[in-house]
Design a protein around this ligand. Structure first.
Ligand code: ZN
Length: 182
């Protein structure tokens, strides 16, 4: 089915025939996913139900996936189960997206064509946390934390600061160094 999932299909036809699809494919075959999500051999089960509502083509997208992501605290591997189900309004242009009723998630299908894989990929991305972190049920990998003390130190702080910190430390070091040589 993976070849069929990548095929471009006519949205109006999908909506009018209330097309339904059930398939499974490797996460690596979903287009446009960041490389962080492609580690391991995760697979995603996809259920799509097309239809029409208020004149718009809609798709009910159901996903179930077991992924392997990288914890941004200890940089160790972390299994991530994703289960999501949401209605999506399929639009053919940015203009149509603006006219969409409020509260709907939209998916842009240029020229009224979409691939099932692209639709599934976008929904999967929305369901995955931007900064995955180990939780109470699966604590951080101690060895990985030791190997990366900076990451371990940042445990509990906002991960957004992680990239700024090394430079702050470096500047402090440089300033100290400058004074010492005087
Ligand atoms: Zn962790």
């Amino acid at each position: 089915m993976s070849g069929g999932a990548l095929k471009l299909r006519d949205v109006r036809k999908l909506a009018e025939t209330r097309a339904a699809f059930d398939f499974e494919l490797p996460v690596a075959e979903l287009p446009g996913l960041p490389v962080e999500l492609l580690a391991g051999d995760g697979r995603v089960q996809v259920q799509l139900r097309f239809g029409r509502e208020q004149g718009f083509a809609i798709a009910e997208v159901q996903l179930r996936a077991r992924l392997q992501v990288i914890c941004q605290r200890c940089m160790g591997p972390m299994p991530l189960a994703v289960e999501t189900s949401s209605p999506v309004l399929v639009v053919e242009s940015e203009r149509e997206a603006e006219e969409a009723p409020a509260g709907w998630e939209t998916f842009l299908a240029p020229e009224g064509r979409l691939s099932l894989a692209a639709l599934a990929a976008e929904e999967l991305l929305l369901a995955v946390p931007i900064v995955p972190l180990h939780g109470a049920d699966s604590p951080c990998t101690p060895t990985a934390a030791r190997a990366n003390p900076a990451a371990a130190q940042q445990a509990g702080t906002a991960p957004d600061n992680a990239s700024a910190r090394p430079f702050a430390d470096l500047r402090a070091l440089l300033e100290r160094g400058g004074k010492d040589t005087k």
